[in-house]
Design a protein around this ligand. Structure first.
Ligand code: 5GP
Ligand code: ZN
Length: 114
């Protein structure tokens, strides 16, 4: 199935390069980039190239592509402590209606600031 896209979606625009982003890893099925409002240094987002609002609606091949990418980012960041976060629906704090996985490093007290 060809990837679905929504012209008004900011994450679809990022995938198409219509909105600039700091790209990390791109595969045939996913795109990852730094979060514009990072909760910590290296906070990244991994998104499927298919425009789907919620994770349970996402075709399995896209879903299967995302976690190995999140793993590569966690390894590349050298993050020993991190959260993988994925919000679905407003009440669950989903602000952008295009499936995304957060990779959020949790620096320890001894990690360098900045
Ligand atoms: P949510 O609350 O939907 O799980 O998280 C959406 C995330 O997308 C937020 O952390 C927010 O900072 C990020 N975000 C929203 N718009 C943009 C954008 O235009 N560029 C980037 N890089 N991140 C964005
Ligand atoms: Zn989209």
């Amino acid at each position: 199935m060809a990837a679905r896209t929504l012209a008004s979606c900011i994450f679809c625009k990022i995938i198409k390069g219509e909105i600039p982003s700091f790209k990390l890893i791109e595969t045939d099925l996913s795109y990852s980039f730094l979060d514009i409002g990072p909760l910590s240094k290296g906070h990244a987002l991994v998104i499927p190239k298919d425009h789907t609002v919620k994770m349970h609606e996402l075709p399995d091949n896209y879903l299967a592509d995302v976690l190995p990418v999140a793993k590569k980012i966690a390894v590349a960041l050298g993050a020993e402590n991190y959260n993988i976060l994925q919000n679905n629906g407003r009440i669950a704090h989903q602000e952008v209606d295009h499936v995304h996985f957060h990779v959020i490093p949790k620096p320890s007290a001894t990690d360098e600031e900045g």
